[in-house]
Write a new protein. Structure first.
Length: 569
């Protein structure tokens, strides 16, 4: 056993020096022992099969056939696939006709533990209003920024002279220093759902954060930092402010250097409903650890739902002179936020008023994202443990499996074997792939059909290296990783390596960042969205980081880690 661990360490170190690719597209972190393992290769040699050698002995241990050639429309590549799921625990490399074609391949059930923990720990690095000490942040320690104890209303003219609130803590949204309720909602939900699904296992996970010695699990302590901030964003009447930012995006400076006035902007229906859903979920989860907080969260949730029900159509509108993020709802509808809030409040309170709201709102059929949270409710309604009407549960299960079957079929039959739709190549496409993986995991939990689990594995494979650019999109985890993300602390801290564990937005051909003086290099490859990515801090449309991108990565990597090690959700 010891020799195996030494071998893994040597391989990981060796891998960390590997920068040039051998060509085969694989998961650069590795695979669980029972996992589906697929290699994709842009075939440059005529050969019927791929051979896998055990790097310890040098012996060939597995030979598998290469599939027929197929073209992946999103990169224009003609490739062949090989299923090497037969490989068990060990360290390998792949060869075609005697030529090495892959990085080291690690097969071991614990292989995702580090990248999973790093993707969660990243939220600590995003904390506002506190210094990050070397004990918990290592070389990315930094001074505190944004105390947010004097936050004004924008525009100030709309409030009495000197009006201000205290709104400290919370996570910076992304590469900027804004704090946004809409994006917080889905991010908090996704992380807390990982806790709900793997409570026994995740309680043992330490993130090495200042609260690690408390009796509350680290994942809940980290999320609490943002929940405490969210509570400060609720006005006395129950309405919730949409965001807290400066009037304009700051320069690429460290948090403590950004001392411009900060504002809360507009109470909106989507923000208030997202807040209600998140607080209702938190009220259940935190009850055993902090009964008072649980009570406060539920009261805030019910008050928010009431305000949003009385103000159903208040949509964010960027005021003049304000140019930070908008999180403007997709297609103006707030039905999805309403459905999600009612669902979470029903589970927590079992009140009929919430069940009534649920009945009147149809399901959508796409993985959840900040602009359409409908599927977060579908996940809940599809779970018979939540005590919803049986017909409603059946309808939700059918909705879930209809989407999952399309994703599963793409993972099995597309040229790259990936669960990615044509319309997924949006800004933050990597988070869409991660959320597609979560749709597949929910379907696996429901049916125990391993084909869904295999599809979720392929989603993680893509994010960790099995993609045309042969890059693991998570900073610090993989053989070739983003080195220059659009992330102000990583750009301004004077440290070569970016903050670790961050999932960059990923390929997107919108090119919104290609402007004179910014991102001149046109990285967009016409009609090849999977190649339209630029590892440069100018590219906020393909190379930024965000809490709603890391949260589904943390869920996907964490769930596969726990499932690889025997968890039963
Ligand atoms: O919904 C439409 C879809 O129907 C259409 O097919 C597609 C075509 O690309 O566009 C979709 O809308 C896009 C929307 O994201 C949803 O994907 C918009 O064009 C696109 O502009 C919008 O981008 C958002 C971006 O802010 C600009 O508003 C990203 O989702 C969002 O993640 C990003 O969020 C920013 C915050 O505002 C500020 N903090 C950083 C954060 C990450 O970049
Ligand atoms: O840094 C900002 C990033 O968080 C946003 O996603 C992006 C789009 O809203 O805007 C970035 O800020 C840029 C601004 O939009 C234009 N001037 C340069 C700013 C820094 O790149």
């Amino acid at each position: 056993m010891k020799s195996f661990i030494v071998l893994i360490l040597m391989a990981t170190m060796a891998n960390s020096q590997i920068t040039t690719s051998f060509g085969a597209k694989i998961n650069q972190i590795g695979y669980g022992e029972q996992a589906k393992k697929v290699l994709v290769y842009k075939n440059d040699v005529e050969a019927p099969s791929v051979e896998f050698k055990d790097l310890a002995s040098g012996n060939a241990v597995l030979t598998v056939p290469l599939s027929a050639e197929a073209t992946w429309e999103f990169s224009g590549e003609t490739v062949r696939k090989a299923d090497f799921s037969g490989l068990k625990k060990g360290l390998y490399a792949a060869y075609i006709a005697g030529k090495r074609i892959s990085d080291n391949i690690v097969v071991q059930n614990n292989v995702y533990e580090d990248v999973f923990k790093a993707s969660l720990k990243w939220f600590y690095y995003q904390r506002a209003s506190t210094a990050l000490s070397p004990e918990f942040a290592g070389k990315w320690a930094r001074a505190a920024g944004h105390p947010d104890t004097n936050v004004y209303f924008y525009p100030e003219s709309e409030k009495p002279e000197g009006w201000k609130i205290k709104s400290p803590k919370g996570w910076y949204d992304a590469g900027d220093y804004g704090k946004y309720i809409v994006n917080s909602g889905i991010s908090v939900f996704t992380i807390l759902q990982l806790y709900e699904h793997f409570e026994k296992e995740i309680k043992k996970i330490s993130l090495n954060i200042p609260e690690s010695k408390s009796k509350t699990p680290d994942i809940l302590e980290e999320v609490r930092w943002n929940l405490d901030w969210m509570l400060t964003m609720q006005d006395a009447d129950g309405g919730v402010y949409h965001k807290l930012t400066t009037a304009r995006f700051s320069g690429h400076i460290m948090p403590n250097m950004d001392t411009a006035k900060r504002y809360v902007v507009m109470k909106t229906t989507p923000a208030t409903m997202d807040f209600a859903a998140t607080m209702a979920q938190a009220a259940r989860i935190y009850k055993p650890f902090d009964a008072q907080f649980s009570k406060t969260a539920l009261a805030a949730a019910e008050k928010a739902f009431e305000w949003a029900s009385k103000n159903p159509g208040i949509i964010y509108k960027q005021p003049d002179g304000m140019n930070t993020g908008q999180y403007h709802p997709h297609g103006e509808t707030v039905k999805d936020e309403h459905l999600w809030a009612a669902t979470e409040l029903y589970i927590t309170t079992k009140k009929k008023i919430y069940a009534k709201a649920i009945d009147s709102i149809p399901f959508t059929s796409n993985a959840p994202w900040w602009g359409d949270v409908n599927f977060l409710a579908v996940y809940r309604l599809a779970d018979s443990k939540n005590g919803f009407d049986k017909n409603l549960t059946k309808k939700a299960q059918d909705t879930l499996l209809t989407l999952a079957n399309m994703l599963r079929d793409l993972a099995e039959n597309s040229a790259y074997g990936l669960p990615i739709f044509k319309w997924n190549w949006v800004w933050g496409s990597n988070s869409v792939v991660a959320n597609n993986g979560i749709v597949l995991l929910h379907s696996y939990y429901l049916t125990k059909d391993k084909r869904y689990l295999d599809g979720a594995q392929r989603a993680l494979d893509y994010l960790l290296g099995a993609n045309p650019l042969d890059i693991s999109y998570v900073t610090g985890y993989g053989n070739r990783t983003p080195m220059d993300p659009h992330h102000r602390p990583s750009e301004a801290d004077g440290i070569f390596e970016p903050v670790p564990g961050m999932l960059v937005g990923g390929p997107h051909e919108g090119g919104q960042d290609i402007k004179p003086g910014n991102c001149e290099a046109n990285y967009v490859k016409k009609e090849k969205p999977a190649l339209s990515y630029l590892d440069h801090n100018c590219s906020y449309a393909s190379n930024e980081v965000a809490i709603n991108w890391n949260a589904p990565l943390a869920y996907l990597a964490g769930a596969l880690h726990f499932l690889n090690n025997g968890a039963k959700p």
